[in-house]
Design a protein. Structure first.
Ligand SMILES: [Zn+2]
Ligand SMILES: [Zn+2]
Length: 71
């Protein structure tokens, strides 16, 4: 019986993930901070990585709403 199970079993993609709308980086929830616009996240997928969150100064570039941290 194999007792060692890999932490990241390949093929397991059950995590919620988003793509940064600016740099298209893949982001995993729980892995890193993910910011989103409460107005544009649903309609246009306005999610932001930390680097781009800083670049847009915490405001949505589409509607100027303050970005929220996705929990
Ligand atoms: Zn980004
Ligand atoms: Zn927005």
């Amino acid at each position: 019986m194999v007792s060692l199970v890999g932490v990241n079993a390949s093929g397991h993609e059950g995590w919620i993930r988003f793509y940064c709308i600016i740099c298209h980086k893949k982001m995993l929830v729980g892995n890193e901070p993910i910011y989103y616009c409460p107005k544009c996240a649903q309609t246009r997928g306005a999610y932001f990585c930390l680097a781009d969150y800083k670049k847009v100064k915490g405001k949505c570039p589409f509607c100027d709403t303050e970005l929220q941290l996705y929990l």
